[in-house]
Design a protein around this ligand. Structure first.
Ligand SMILES: [Zn+2]
Length: 194
């Protein structure tokens, strides 16, 4: 195919999402396709090819790295304006100790944390004595907003609230935000004095 000319193409602005979009152009002999220069792939891509590449990368949750995975331009081309750009997304990060692992048990914690967890639940370690290093493991619940929807993560066993936050950032493909209720509980709330 001979591509003889380039014509600039006006596309929708996506400034409202804070994403700086590239300059687009069409090519003679390729009707209906819009191209741009992708700096991450160091290539000229069609918006379709970019969207497909971003979708493939977004579906990875095995710790593989891809230039496209956290690319906001690719997310817009794929129509996912509320995509997560968290560097934890799709990584094999242990939610409990925050280290990257070769694999996660139950898709959540590294083998080392899993072994500690079993010791805590059994009440003894491999030497037959009570585990001293591991802290308590308790049920916890976290409310968060993912792509505009209120969701909850409930873990029957967790070491701290960070564990839930890391799990949500790692596992959510939509953009996530957290909030907390800063009002004191009713028991300590006081009427205004003046
Ligand atoms: Zn761990």
């Amino acid at each position: 195919m001979i591509i003889s000319g380039r014509h600039n193409v006006e596309l929708r602005e996506f400034d409202q999402y804070g994403v700086v979009m590239p300059d687009y152009f069409s090519m003679d002999g390729v009707p209906g396709k819009v191209y741009f220069r992708c700096e991450r792939q160091r290539a000229t891509l069609s918006t379709e090819a970019c969207a497909a590449s971003w979708r493939r990368a977004d579906e990875l949750n095995d710790g593989q790295c891809s230039a496209c995975r956290l690319c906001p331009v690719g997310a817009v081309h794929a129509g996912e304006v509320a995509a997560s750009m968290s560097p934890l997304k799709g990584t094999l990060t242990c939610a409990r100790c925050h280290r990257t692992s070769g694999r996660l048990i139950g898709g959540h914690r590294c083998p080392s944390c899993y072994n500690r967890e079993r010791e805590v639940l059994r009440g003894c370690n491999a030497k037959g004595t009570a585990p001293v290093k591991a802290g308590r493991l308790d049920p916890r619940r976290l409310a968060y907003n993912a792509g505009g929807e209120l969701r909850h993560l409930r873990l029957p066993i967790s070491a701290d609230m960070d564990e839930l936050i890391v799990a949500v950032l790692r596992d959510s493909r939509s953009r996530v935000s957290f909030a907390y209720n800063s009002r004191p509980p009713a028991a300590v709330r006081q009427a205004r004095l003046w």
